[in-house]
Design a protein around this ligand. Structure first.
Ligand code: UD1
Ligand code: CA
Length: 442
């Protein structure tokens, strides 16, 4: 394969998002949009240079561990201007360049490889990637001549009523021969409705210079959805959500009701696990084989469910290991916990992990039986095969020994609890006795 580099445009504000954050850091199924684009270019073998500018500290934060170069576009004067900002980073590079938008997150590696191959076959100065869509609003329209050759792109804001009816759109993805691209960029002018340097304006410039321009029309329009506002963000999320669910189902996971299940990108689930309706699994989560989750549960980042464990109705977990065969079947919050094997977490158990300042850990060992409504005020622990009674409050720094049974509020060992109860009863009796003997004296 020929030499390829990628330029990813990610310097714009994204005015239509109406957000304090730059558009490309907004997430689709738990992953910032720009990271999808970086992944796809790396998967296709093109090392990316990412052009950042507006809110660059936010973008830098989400791309810091990526194998990519960074270029700065100080002022956002349009997509053509943004590509020019990458010129220094690609100094003396003479191969092919693929230009991608940080706000077109759904393209798949095989599509990008197809585009790169198509460009290599005919080796034109530029290949513009288009597709046909139902509602072309907001996109640049592809204008072709009588023979069907691409002449130019007209932006929505600049389009005539007739041009607005064209439903073949510019996906914002292009392949270029580097030298031809740099030369053409020098000639574009911000003479349009938005007074910006439009990248697609290089097409007529190249044609005028007698260069060869190709177009590839891609069939799967969904992959080329551009995210400009929150409605398109939700559309992209929904497309990805379905793809993620399909991937899990193909790998042997039962998703009882895909319509009401949301699983993010970084989640792993083992075969023969069952995910019941209205369940959200977000962040980095690992679920083993033969597990059950939901209905109505939220499994959050850092949760690790080992084989045959269960998180049932209305449970939430975060940064917690749920040991093999352990069950929390109803109404629990398990945060910052380590739970061993075959423990039973009673209905309504709470790991109170946060004291307003810091988070602390709760440890529950193998075979523990946690009574309904137990609250663990972390840090605290419960030994192997220990038991708590219903409603027990395990106070800070309590370490329940293996096999012990704790009751009450604050929870104490059973014998102490029984003695306390006995003492209370004695005191009650004493009070009554005194009261009645006083009455007798009257
Ligand atoms: C762009 C194309 C349009 C195409 C559409 C596909 C232009 C002029 N228009 O329009 O033909 O149909 O994408 O989705 O290219 N950016 C910068 N610096 C800037 C301006 C933008 O880095 O100065 C980045 C943005 O962060 C974004 C990308 O370039 O990631 C595209 O910019 P955007 O403003 O969304 O362009 P569209 O109006 O969608
Ligand atoms: Ca866009």
């Amino acid at each position: 394969m020929a030499d390829w580099r990628a330029i990813i445009l990610a310097a714009g504000k994204g005015v239509r998002m109406k957000s304090d954050l730059p558009k490309v850091v907004h997430s689709v199924c738990g992953r910032p949009m720009v990271r999808y684009v970086i992944n796809v270019s790396l998967a296709a073998g093109a090392k990316p240079t990412i052009v950042i500018g507006y809110g660059r500290e936010h973008v830098e934060k989400v791309i810091k561990d990526c194998d990519a170069d960074i270029a700065i576009q100080e002022e956002q004067l349009g997509t053509g201007h943004a590509v020019m900002a990458a010129r220094g980073a690609l100094e003396s590079y003479e191969g092919n360049v693929i230009v991608l938008s940080g706000d077109v997150p759904l393209m798949q590696p095989d599509s990008l490889e197809f585009i790169m191959k198509a460009h290599e076959e005919k080796s034109p100065a530029a290949t513009i990637v288009t597709c046909q869509i139902g509602n072309p609003d907001g996109y640049g329209r592809i204008v072709r001549d009588g023979e069907g050759a691409v002449q130019k792109v007209v932006e929505h804001a600049d389009a005539s009523e007739l041009e607005k009816r064209i439903n073949e759109i510019n996906t914002g993805i292009y392949a270029f021969r580097a030298d031809a691209m740099w030369a053409a960029l020098e000639k574009i002018k911000p003479e349009n409705e938005q007074q910006e340097y439009y990248l697609p304006d290089v097409i007529p410039v190249l044609l005028e210079a007698g260069e060869h321009v190709e177009a590839v029309k891609m069939a799967n329009a969904m992959e080329f959805l551009g995210v400009n506002d929150r409605i398109q963000l939700a559309e992209a999320t929904n497309i990805r959500r379905k793809a993620i669910l399909a991937r899990h189902m193909a790998a042997g996971v039962t998703i009882v009701d895909p319509a009401t299940t949301y699983i993010e990108e970084e989640v792993e689930i083992g075969t023969d696990s069952v995910i019941y309706p209205f369940t959200v699994i977000s962040g980095s989560v690992r679920i083993g084989r033969h597990c059950k989750v939901g209905p109505f549960s939220h499994v959050r980042t850092g949760t690790e469910m080992r084989e045959r464990s269960e998180l049932g109705n209305f449970c939430e977990s975060k940064k917690t290991v749920i040991g093999e065969g352990t069950k929390a079947k109803h109404l629990s919050y398990l945060g910052d916990g380590i739970i061993g094997k075959k423990a039973n977490i009673g209905a309504g158990t709470i790991f109170a992990n946060y004291d307003g300042k810091n988070k602390y850990q709760t440890t529950v060992k193998d075979g523990a039986h946690v009574g309904s409504g137990t609250v663990f005020v972390a840090p605290c622990s419960m030994g192997e095969n220990a038991v708590t009674g219903a409603g027990a409050i395990i106070t800070k720094n309590t370490e329940i020994p293996p096999g012990a049974t704790y009751f009450g509020m604050p929870a104490v060992p059973m014998r102490q609890f029984v003695e306390q109860r006995k003492m209370l009863k004695e005191m009650e009796k004493e009070k009554k006795r005194k009261a009645s003997s006083k009455g007798g004296k009257k």
